[in-house]
Design a protein around this ligand. Structure first.
Ligand SMILES: *Cc1c(COP(=O)(O)O)cnc(C)c1O
Length: 422
């Protein structure tokens, strides 16, 4: 075997990484490897697989749609799957306009460009953008600029526009300093908002890539109130938190906030097809309408509103809405296992939200390059569980279909892996 001569894998250093495992199929929670081994996909294949792999209802919806209309240019044309999806997502998010793109990064880029141009269309110069420490909004240049500066973004420093940063007062079980951390963050936000601000962007309730860092709903509400009071737009990046991941259909609902723009992707198609959408308020939409061509939102992707993606998204929504308890009650499934694991002296900052359970391994420095995560990954892999820790942050984010036995297998593997950290 060896590394393929013609492929280039994402965020992978070939000089130091083990070769990729070859997958021949996947069903439900399990990946089936070429050598016949089965692995539990405990991170939903980078947070996208929502119900389960090869979910029959979604597979069938895509197959039906592929025989009818696979793709059509979405300027000059419209179609039923796009219209139905827009109607349904509008009702669910409270944001009546849907703009299609291809992935999470583009959904964020579109939100940013809409916010920026909307102010220009209003004839008002608002140049400030505010984001949070540790934010991750995608890997394209605009989304990258909104995100935290890191090893990942360092080569592109000069391409990245300036963003005002506010601390992210993340919390965990047994945290008793969260109030003062929140107050400090809000004080900083108040200072940043004194400069006329176009938009504030956040990952509501949970920063994913920075290490599954939770904030309390009250903090998200306080950010939304201050943003509104300053007349700035609020962009909710729900690319990872959307579609039940946090125990509510959208994290904004759980936090009780209504943003002006919302970016969605990952779980949108149940994890079957790449698609992103940006939901927008009617006020923003109306700001682009008029006889002057300069008012137009000149942005479009070749695969805008791909009918196969729309069909997958509709089938996925059907499944979610038919059985909301599956995501609403997931947190209660994690809780007893995590409580038990949290007894281990190597488990720091245990935390849990909806389908996501996380902790930091207390060993060495924190951060993406801490090797302890790789060690835990190897031990769990040997026990049939696929994880991908973020530095020393270990988390489970399984598809909704995971059985009790499979969940137990994940926690058992983690307990053994923690023993081996020594
Ligand atoms: C994954 C992610 C993105 C980027 O989505 P891609 O589809 O990988 O481009 C943006 N924002 C958040 C919060 C994410 O988790």
């Amino acid at each position: 075997m060896g590394w393929h001569p013609h492929l280039w894998h994402p965020t992978t250093q070939v000089a130091t990484s083990p070769q990729p495992l070859r997958v021949r199929g996947a069903q439900g929670c399990e990946l089936e490897l070429d050598d016949g081994r089965r692995l539990i996909d405990a991170i939903s294949s980078w947070w996208v697989t929502l119900h389960g792999h090869s979910e029959p209802a979604i597979a069938a919806a895509i197959a039906r749609q592929a025989q009818r209309l696979e793709q059509v240019i979405f300027a000059n044309f419209s179609h039923e799957p796009a219209e139905t999806l827009a109607t349904r997502l509008s009702a669910l998010t409270g944001l009546p306009r849907l703009f299609f793109s291809d992935n999470g990064s583009t959904a964020v880029e579109v939100a940013l460009k809409i916010a920026w141009q909307w102010w220009a269309n209003q004839g008002e110069s608002r140049q400030r953008l505010i984001a949070f420490d540790g934010a991750y909004h995608g890997d394209t240049v605009g989304a990258m600029a909104l995100g935290e500066r890191s090893l990942f973004t360092a080569p592109f420093q000069r391409l990245l526009f300036d963003v005002a940063r506010v601390p992210w007062p993340h919390t965990h079980w047994g945290d008793n300093v969260v109030e003062s951390a929140e107050q400090q963050a809000l004080d900083q936000l108040d200072i940043a908002l004194q400069t006329p601000t176009a938009a504030v962007i956040l990952e509501p309730l949970l920063q994913g890539a920075s290490g599954m860092r939770l904030v309390r709903p009250a903090f998200v509400r306080a950010v939304a109130e201050r943003t509104r009071a300053a007349g700035a737009l609020l962009i909710a990046d729900e690319v990872m938190t959307g579609f039940g991941r946090t125990g509510c259909l959208f994290a904004c609902q759980k936090a009780g906030v209504q943003p002006d723009l919302m970016a969605l992707s990952k779980g949108l198609t149940g994890g079957f097809l790449p698609m992103g959408v940006t939901m927008a308020s009617e006020r923003l939409y109306q700001g682009f309408i008029g006889r002057d061509p300069a008012l137009t939102f000149f942005h479009g992707h070749s695969f805008t509103a791909n009918p196969l993606g729309c069909a997958a998204a509709l089938a996925s929504l059907d499944l979610l809405q038919a059985d909301p308890e599956r995501f609403q009650q997931f947190e209660a499934r994690h809780r007893p296992w995590l409580e038990q694991l949290a007894q281990h002296p190597r488990v720091g900052r245990p935390r849990c939200l909806g389908t996501i359970a996380a902790f930091d391994v207390v060993a060495g420095a924190s951060g993406y390059l801490n090797p302890v995560g790789k060690q835990i990954q190897r031990t769990c892999l040997d026990r049939g569980v696929y994880l991908r820790p973020l530095g020393n942050t270990v988390y489970l984010l399984p598809p909704l279909c995971i059985s009790e036995l499979q969940l137990q297998q994940c926690y058992d593997a983690l307990a053994i892996a923690l023993e081996q950290v020594g």
